[in-house]
Design a binder for this molecule. Structure first.
Ligand SMILES: Nc1ncnc2c1ncn2[C@@H]1O[C@H](COP(=O)(O)OP(=O)(O)OP(=O)(O)O)[C@@H](O)[C@H]1O
Ligand SMILES: [Mg+2]
Length: 306
């Protein structure tokens, strides 16, 4: 059935450009599918957003925002109050997932291995009183590797607390050597695990969104036991965090002591990227689901929420 689909895009997080890129693909797919697509560029002007939604009266919203306010339960709360069915996770699932500290804790108490880590002030980390390298610093609620610093040894330059654009309290984690594995989950079913081999030091913003900066291996060529476990953990994380629709969970796989290695959970993305280089479309394509079919699935999944 053809639907009026409002696509929320852009937003005002550090991932605005990523969202616009994801939305480009989604809008094209909606057109191909014959739906009436209504692109809505989300800015800080909430009155305009509410007006747009009231005027267009969409059957369903595809929330293609990434990062703060779009992926952390804020916009989800607005859509709940306006009684408009929307894609991806709800208020709670989004906010639990986007807080890396809470997500780690919930996974850890449910027997999913996470890297040793804690919340600390960037100033204390820089003073050298929190953890000796190798470690990773990351903001608690950002995405796309924004603000992620890999500190491999004492010589690695640290971010300056004076120019730090994020909250002073950050997550500091033990650096896990090895490989990068990500899993797509749709409505509690794992579609597969992909390995990413970034050409630089790690899977940073550039490697995520520049063609040729990372090699993707689908399915991830890891030990079969580890492959099964990573799928199980991704589904478990999706469920524990109360997510809906599609999510992508990210892991490190330390095989430096041989195979099968040890998996470590990093995070669950409640609004995974849908850009030309994003992993969820690539993982589902391997199972025979095209980009347009994925979008159609999201429309249907969101529609039956009313
Ligand atoms: N503990 C760790 N050990 C080794 N590498 C890590 C660790 N934590 C993060 N990284 C590296 O940093 C990248 C980004 O980390 P993470 O996924 O936690 O951040 P993000 O900004 O939420 O990313 P996105 O939302 O785009 O997936 C990881 O994909 C990995 O390459
Ligand atoms: Mg990640």
């Amino acid at each position: 059935m053809k639907k009026r689909v409002a696509v929320l895009m852009g937003g005002f997080s550090g991932e605005r450009d990523v969202s616009l890129s994801s939305a480009q693909g989604v809008l094209k797919a909606l057109q191909e599918l014959g739906h009436e697509a209504i692109p809505i560029d989300v800015t800080r002007d909430m009155e305009k957003l509410v007006q747009n939604l009231q005027v267009h009266k969409p059957d369903v919203v595809l929330n293609i925002l990434h990062g703060r306010w779009g992926e952390d339960g804020c916009i989800q709360g607005l859509l709940e109050m306006m009684d408009i069915p929307y894609s991806h996770s709800g208020v709670l699932g989004s906010s639990l997932s986007m807080n890396k500290v809470v997500a780690r804790k919930m996974c850890q108490i449910n027997d999913i291995r996470v890297p040793e880590g804690q919340v600390a002030k960037l100033t204390d980390i820089c003073a050298g009183t929190v953890m000796k390298p190798p470690f990773v610093i990351k903001p608690i609620g950002e995405g796309s590797s924004l603000g992620v610093y890999i500190v491999l040894d004492e010589k690695t330059p640290l971010p300056s607390p004076h120019d730090w654009p994020f909250e002073d309290e950050v997550l500091i984690e033990r650096y896990i050597p090895g490989r990068e594995i990500q899993v797509a989950v749709l409505s509690g079913i794992a579609f597969g695990a992909i390995e990413i081999c970034p050409k630089g030091t790690f899977y940073d913003y550039e490697a995520k969104y520049t063609d040729g900066k990372a090699v993707h291996l689908m399915p991830a060529p890891i030990h079969p036991e580890a492959y099964t476990q990573v799928l199980e953990w991704a589904v478990k994380a999706h469920d524990i965090l109360g997510c809906r629709g599609v999510t992508r969970s990210d892991f490190r796989y330390d095989d430096t002591q041989g195979e099968p290695g040890k998996l470590y959970y990093l995070e669950t993305n409640p609004q995974p990227g849908l850009t030309p280089l994003s992993l969820v479309p690539e993982i589902v394509a391997h199972q025979g689901m095209s980009y347009a079919q994925l979008v159609q699935w999201m429309v249907e999944d969101a529609s039956c929420r009313r």
